[in-house]
Design a binder for this molecule. Structure first.
Ligand code: AMP
Length: 144
């Protein structure tokens, strides 16, 4: 079986991120693969843009700074240096696919809540990443 060489880990910075990162690290160790973390910041305008006539740039900048600090700390705890971290603004599944292509990723590791019913119909990040991925995707079961 061929080994993974480049693993991309989707980090949402929730408490569950540790489980996802640890699973990815174990795989990276076993395969002697490189690990890369990505966190995607969703622009406030995606959620409120059309509805609220407001300039979000100040708040958006604040969110960006906070997320960057959190990601730096989180990645450091997992031994990932700055060159192996991506923090980008956009829609998570789109940015994860695009980073995977750019980095030559052969495995994406992502958390999955194993949703069902209405929540499944509404979709999840894991579903979005799985559909249209050009490499393997490992969904690590997190939460309940
Ligand atoms: P969700 O479907 O939003 O519950 O998220 C499931 C998994 O998708 C998380 O455990 C992360 O691996 C990934 N994910 C969700 N949102 C983001 C984000 N903004 N940036 C990077 N990964 C994310």
């Amino acid at each position: 079986m061929s080994q993974y060489k480049n693993i991309l880990v989707a980090i949402d910075l929730s408490e569950e991120s540790n489980m996802v990162a640890e699973r990815a690290r174990a795989l990276a160790d076993a395969n002697q693969a490189a690990l890369h973390f990505i966190h995607v910041i969703e622009p406030l305008s995606f959620a409120y843009g059309g509805d609220i006539p407001m300039d979000f740039s100040g708040i958006q900048e604040e969110i960006h700074q906070q997320a960057t600090q959190q990601m730096r700390r989180f990645a450091e705890q997992h031994g990932i240096d700055v060159e192996h971290q991506t923090i980008v603004l956009g829609k998570p599944e789109v940015e994860i696919h695009s980073a995977a292509k750019e980095l030559g990723t052969d495995l994406i590791v992502i958390g999955s809540h194993g949703r069902h019913g209405l929540a499944l119909l509404m979709g999840s990040t894991a579903n979005g990443v799985l559909h249209g991925a050009s490499c393997d995707v490992l969904a690590v079961r997190v939460g309940k």
